[in-house]
Ligand binder design. Structure first.
Ligand SMILES: NC(=O)c1ccc[n+]([C@@H]2O[C@H](COP(=O)([O-])OP(=O)(O)OC[C@H]3O[C@@H](n4cnc5c(N)ncnc54)[C@H](OP(=O)(O)O)[C@@H]3O)[C@@H](O)[C@H]2O)c1
Length: 251
């Protein structure tokens, strides 16, 4: 049976767990061969790959690469081409978020956020671009908070990186669009993952859940389904867009 992503190869950064793991699993279920990337979670990454390979649809390999560095992004592309032979889809999902008052943000905090959330995705897209086939797909990751009017100051560093990503994506779409490659951004609202739960009390988690009309958090699979749509042939005319995948999250 031919699946929508049969024969395609996808890199999903930060796919050892949470949203990235769901994306890799979904893309593989649609026939893609996928690269499970991680920075330190080797056994979690292997677990995601083993589950995908056990299903016998798309194949998965794992590649350790710190995608906050230009050198590792280049190596990630080279390793993908060496092991899987081509590159069609790049999902720039890996990200970090610390919540700190602007007064407490250090240079190291600033560099970690910008290196992981902005510099890394840009340079991975740059390294991947020459190899992407016509009909290729690049998907960046922002956050619904980047356009929310009520954001508390402790999100300043994180949301500023996501604002930058949206601008990079919008303009790259014009450049790569000329080669029939689409570039879009997914901006999730609160999704129930390690990142979302980190340093939050149960009361704070319930508060965020209550900001959605259905009164619950989003699930990683609900983001992965939209990435799969963007990665597939039916999204060929969706380019340069930011899709807010947030259940109607209101802030
Ligand atoms: N969860 C939400 O509510 C939410 C809302 C809006 C936007 N987002 C965005 O969605 C994306 C995924 O978020 P998440 O909640 O799934 O995050 P998460 O639970 O913190 O998972 C992060 C993933 O990224 C990997 N990673 C982190 N730094 C990396 C690096 N330097 N190099 C390679 N991999 C790295 C981690 O790998 P290891 O296992 O090796 O550490 C892990 O697989 C992020 O861009 C985030 O900003 C999330």
């Amino acid at each position: 049976m031919s699946l929508p992503l049969s024969g395609k190869v996808a890199i999903v950064t930060g796919s050892s767990r949470s949203i990235g793991a769901s994306i890799a699993t979904k893309l593989a279920s649609q026939g893609a061969n996928v690269v499970i990337n991680y920075v330190s979670g080797a056994s979690a990454a292997q677990g995601v790959a083993d589950e995908i390979n056990a299903k016998g649809v798309g194949k998965a390999i794992t590649v350790q690469a710190d995608v906050s560095t230009v050198a590792d992004n280049k190596r990630l592309v080279e390793e993908t081409l060496r092991q899987l032979g081509r590159l069609d889809i790049v999902v720039l999902n890996a990200g970090v978020m610390d919540m700190k008052s602007p007064a407490d943000v250090t240079e190291a905090d600033f560099d970690r956020h910008y290196n992981t959330n902005v510099k890394g995705p840009f340079f991975l897209a740059q390294a991947a671009a020459p190899h992407l086939t016509a009909g290729g797909r690049v998907v960046f990751f922002s956050s619904s908070l980047a356009s929310a009017s009520a954001v508390t100051p402790n999100y300043m560093l994180y949301v500023s990186t996501k604002g930058a990503v949206e601008q990079i994506s919008r303009t790259l779409a014009k450049e790569l669009g000329a080669r029939n490659i689409t570039v879009n951004t997914i901006a999730p609202g609160p999704i129930d993952t390690d990142m979302f739960r980190m340093n939050k009390t149960e009361q704070q988690i319930n508060f965020f859940a209550g900001l959605h009309p259905p009164k619950r958090l989003g699930k990683p699979e609900e983001v992965a389904n939209v990435v799969a749509f963007l990665a597939g042939p039916e999204a060929s005319w969706v380019n340069g867009q930011t899709l807010r995948v947030n259940g109607g999250f209101v802030v």
